[in-house]
Design a protein around this ligand. Sequence first.
Ligand code: ZN
Length: 304
Amino acid sequence: MIARFGLSEDEIRHQVMEWLAARSNDGSGAISYAELHDFVLEGEHLPLKDRFKGIRKPAGFSAALSITTTFRPEGIERPYDDGVYDEDVLLRYKWDGIDPNAATNRALRSAMEQRVPLIWFVGVAKGLFQPHFPVYVIGEEPEHHQFLVSAEAVSAATDSFAEEHVRRYLDVRTRHRLFQGIFRTQVLAAYQQRCAVCNLGHPTLLDAAHIVPDREELGIASVVNGMAMCKFHHAAFDSRLLGIRPDLVVEIRPDLLTEVDGPMLRYGLQEMHRRPLMSIPRSKSQRPRSDLLEWAWDRFKMVS
Ligand SMILES: [Zn+2]
């Protein structure tokens, strides 16, 4: 029981996640730093993110409540970028510093031992965070000063937290969900929440398209293999009605250029032919990688 709220820690976690779900449209929208200080329980403010630290353990709590990855224009932690998608799908969260007994690290270790749900705030722009929840700390790699994070709790039957064991307990779809959530967040942020092809700016109509599909070996879940596209252009790209040249110019499959049909064909496809992408990341490090563009362009040419 947390005295100042008159509620158990579990109940508070539950209420925090309900509140976040409402605020963030079930985690699909980003929320501002100021909003993370808006949460009020029984008349008391409970900030959801620590002002200076990545790991947040509110006073009186036995375990951490949230972790934060601050926004970096080039993307999140290297372990994520380096992860070979199908081999290594667990996410890492670095210790606070290198002292295993720092209060913050102990709070996160407690969350692992108690198997309690946490919130992961991923910075998508300065002062703006996308919440991913619930996530669970399911292991620790002390030699690398980091924890393993997953979108699913580990079965209580697991007595070892070794990664090899953990993997067996996690359904592939669940493992991918957190990855895809972060992939989407990063890609949409990099393209300023706009379709690369037509500049449409309604996040509910936008996807994070893979340039090389994730079933392929090259199909990494990294922002350099992504492009924000509206649902229409995403489907057209995946079915190779629309190609993106390595110099970031759109091409439409030749036979479609002479077809006569309604406004979607005309404005949505034909008028996009040979136009440069309308939205690309400001930071060069977030733009599509040329080998991935070449791969997709070669596939497009095969059908045109
Ligand atoms: Zn579009």
